[in-house]
Structures are given as structure tokens and as C-alpha cells.
Design a protein. Sequence first.
Length: 248
Amino acid sequence: MKGRIFILILGAAVFQLSCSSSYQTQSIQFSNNRIYASGTVNEALQKKMLPYADSVNKSMNEIVGICYKTLDKKQPESTLGNFIADAMLFGAKEKYQITIEAAFVNYGGVRIAQMADGPITKGKIFELMPFDNLIIVQKIKGDVLQQFLDLIASKGGWPLAGISMGIKNKKAVAVKINGELLDPNLYYSIANSDYVANGGDNAEMLRTIPQLSKGYLLRDAIFDYIKTFQQLGKPIVAVEEKRIVYVE
């Protein structure tokens, strides 16, 4: 098996030991190396790592919930996408304790195509959301939100909650937030991952908007959301609700 290690070397323009320090990347250099499965195995190191591996495996095999029906990933809307977006909106409201109208999950951030029915392990949630993405809240004007939704439409639809829209000619149309038409002059509080809020996936229109953060991981929001099903003694369930549809 071959793999690659990319080492990113970032040079900072200014380095100050201060909480208010800011840094600017000056150059990026990559070192490309190959790893071969035929390499020598360090048996002593393997033996030392075994107890830790056993502990991790035991933790990852812990059952955190039961899925009633297989959840699938697809566009423009899916049961798996709705489940994650609902978890983000739920977690954001619980953690921030403010009104949050909508939540968004970039489609590429959902790393498995399916979550099968039956017991769901902690490891499966880590497979679903392996990155330590934080939930960020931003207050965004309606016309800028429209730009963001147009981006989502151009990409074929992302998981979202608290909002519905149509896709026509790769643009977002008939946008409704909590049942009301999007007002370009109003401000809306939305939850997003820090990756998207910082301009990832071409969401440049969000990058300069102030952010609220409590260091709360989207993955942890999913675990907390699953707990609500457990507390009610119910299996995990999600359905398609025509949150995003193609229109002519």
C-alpha cells in the first residue's frame, strides 16, 4: 500500500507572544514522501502501543444509538444529510442559547455514503464526521445569505435545516426560513462549520462576517442529538421533507 505525507510549512510574517497576535502566511512549501507497506515493523513499539489500541477499539465499538432505517447521502436532499443538519441546528441552539434560524453542512464534509439501520457505534459517527469542525454562528444579512444559498444550489444542494428552497438554473429560488420568504434586508443567525464560515468550499461571502464560537464540535452535536433519541427511548430516524427541490 502506498500513501503520501504532505508536510505543510507556513512562514509567519509576524510572531509575537501575545493573545492578540495575528499571523500572515508568507510561503507554502510541500515535501512529498512515499510510505511502503513493506517497511520494517518495530515489534517493540507495536507491543507498547497494543494497550492503547485495545482501549481505542473498545471505545469506538461502544453503541451510542439505534438507527430505525438506513440513512443515505445524496443530493439535493437526503435522510443522512437531514439528520446531520438537524443535529447541528439542535446543538447550536442548545450550546449558544440564542435564536438560530438555520444550519448548513457542506456536502463534502459528510464522509460516508450510508449509515445502516441497527446499532450505531461511536466509531461510525467518527467515520461520518472525522474532522474536528467547530459549529460557528454568524449573523448574516438576507442578500448575503442569498449568495450563500446560490452557491449551495450551484453545487447541487447541501444538507440544511430550518430552511427550504428550490434550485433553478443553479440558483436558489423560493427560499423560506421558518416558513417565511427570505427578506434580503433582514439579518439571520445561521450555524455553519468553521471550515465553511472561513470561506471553505468557495463560501467567500461568509469569510469576513464576525463569528461566535464556543469550541463546540459538530461531531459532539451529533452525539448530543443522538442522546435525545435515547432519552425518549426511540431509535434514530430522519426523513426527506422537500427542504431542497429542483424546479422548472
